[in-house]
Design a protein around this ligand. Sequence first.
Ligand code: FAD
Length: 138
Amino acid sequence: MLTRKTFHAFRSISGPPKKSVELPKYDLVIVGGGIVGCATARQLLIEKPNLKIALVEKEKELAVHQSGHNSGVIHAGIYYTPGSLKAKLCVEGLDLSYEFFDKEKIPYKKTGKLIVAVEQEEVPRLDVCVLNSTIFKK
Ligand SMILES: Cc1cc2nc3c(=O)[nH]c(=O)nc-3n(C[C@H](O)[C@H](O)[C@H](O)COP(=O)(O)OP(=O)(O)OC[C@H]3O[C@@H](n4cnc5c(N)ncnc54)[C@H](O)[C@@H]3O)c2cc1C
């Protein structure tokens, strides 16, 4: 299991390797401790618990870039073409996210979303959103 302790232990051995130091061996190295790197490591460990994984992060903490500075919205895939892989994965990810939050007791609010057109030329795009949402509902 990747813990904060092992994460820091790995950081402390960075720098040019000295001959006397035996570097730990891993089956897999994931570069980047944002949500994609962490989620990938988590899923791999669920599927193959014996895998030795190193998650390499250049910052002192995990998720200090995009993953720690986003809007916190669980996207419903409304902007994506219905039936596309992106739309399917988005909806699947949404369901898995809420499942994960409930299991881990992570609080969230289902507020819904208000999409507005701020320019005249954006108005037709609202029709596409409405159409997408009705297809998604089916
Ligand atoms: C303003 C904004 C708002 C957003 N709002 C939402 C939202 O509401 N909902 C949503 O789902 N998505 C949102 N997103 C998108 C979402 O945040 C990103 O898709 C997601 O965080 C990307 O995760 P990541 O792990 O790929 O990247 P990051 O979180 O950027 O992680 C990459 C990590 O790799 C590390 N790294 C880079 N190079 C190296 C290296 N050479 N060695 C070691 N480590 C390295 C970095 O330090 C960083 O920690 C938003 C994005 C932005 C910018």
